[in-house]
Design a protein around this ligand. Structure first.
Ligand code: ASP
Length: 335
């Protein structure tokens, strides 16, 4: 009888595991007030196609047996090169009309990490973050120094004009106008006045991948927030805030960066997973709830060593997508 019960529970567990999808890659392309009514069918299609392309590129690496770092790099490059997202080309503008880019990567196997912040000439900041991780003894480099290092590593350097897009330029003018109307030209100094809540963040990109050897990598790349000033840096290049990976789980965040820094968002998800046995869904939801309680918003993606995925957000939408271990791609935008 005991044997029979054991056999039954074994079959049941196997069936359950079989039924549950196992994922190899998860990406986000930013969270915010993304509403179907504001989106033309053509634009929606463009976003979906780009997300699918990014996932396919990452999956190709995983299928070939490459490391999760290479998969994350491949997905993020697709989104950095697309003007649709707030990363690389298409990044938002600072108050001074510049594009200052941030990116980071972490490899769970050995907890190595790399990040760049406030760079203006590196075509693909995620490549620079990976170079910092793999080719230097540092974790984070900023501004001119980071650019000099990227150049020394043979990375592509571009004229800052490369990052200019009309859509982001117009968004900056709109936010500045609102600021003037509210007679508060020092938005980043003020205590979150109402006009600050105009959606200034859109389209940061991130990816978490799990390779065939069971190693996880997570990466994030962004232009930050429209109208940022005083050399403001958000959570995206900060290991433990916007990006984190260990042997159990990888995380990438997108949203109002200050809140992700204050909650150590990405690291807290990993800690909940490790110390409280929370699954990725519960862990990301709890961190998102804390961010919301403090007044922040955005989303978090996570992928664990067993291929479980979470895509949690408290905004109207989040560009997002997954690939299963069998190569099945799914993308979504709205709630
Ligand atoms: N988290 C980014 C930042 O605060 C912005 C975003 O995710 O859209 O810089």
């Amino acid at each position: 009888m005991k044997k029979l019960t054991l056999l039954f529970s074994f079959c049941f567990t196997s069936l359950f595991l079989y039924a549950q999808k196992q994922y190899a890659v998860v990406i986000h392309g930013g969270a915010g007030t993304i509403l179907k009514k504001d989106m033309s069918p053509e634009l929606e299609q463009q976003y979906k196609e780009k997300l699918k392309e990014a996932l396919a590129k990452a999956y190709e690496k995983i299928k070939e047996g490459k490391s999760s770092v290479e998969a994350v790099e491949a997905a993020i490059i697709v989104m950095e090169d697309s003007p649709l997202f707030n990363a690389g080309k298409g990044a938002v503008f600072t108050h001074d009309g510049k594009n200052e880019l941030d990116a980071s990567i972490m490899y769970g196997k050995d907890k190595t990490a790399g990040a760049v912040a406030g760079v203006m000439t590196i075509k693909n900041p995620i490549k620079a973050a990976i170079a910092v991780m793999q080719k230097s003894e540092h974790v984070m480099m900023i501004g001119k120094g980071a650019e000099q290092f990227a150049k020394s590593q043979g990375l592509e350097i571009v004229n800052p004009k490369y990052f200019w897009t009309k859509k982001r330029w117009d968004a900056l003018q709109k936010v500045k106008k609102e600021e003037l109307k509210a007679n508060q030209p020092n938005a980043m100094n003020a205590h979150y006045p109402d006009y600050f809540l105009i959606d200034k963040k859109f389209g940061t990109v991130g990816c978490v991948a799990l390779d065939k050897d069971g190693n996880i990598a997570a990466g994030t790349s962004t232009g930050g927030m429209t109208n940022k000033r005083y050399g403001r840096v958000g959570d995206s290049p900060i290991i433990g805030a916007g990006t984190y990976a260990d042997k159990n789980v990888g995380i990438s965040g997108t949203g109002w960066g200050e809140f992700y820094i204050r909650t150590s968002a990405a690291r807290t998800v990993a800690a909940k997973y490790e110390y409280q046995n929370k699954d990725v869904k519960a862990a990301t939801e709890e961190v998102m709830a804390e961010i919301e309680k403090l007044g922040g918003d955005g989303g978090i993606i996570a992928l664990d060593k067993n291929g479980n995925v979470a895509m949690t957000f408290n905004t109207e939408g989040m560009y997002r997508g997954t690939v299963t271990k069998d190569g099945e791609i799914e993308v979504e935008i709205y709630k």
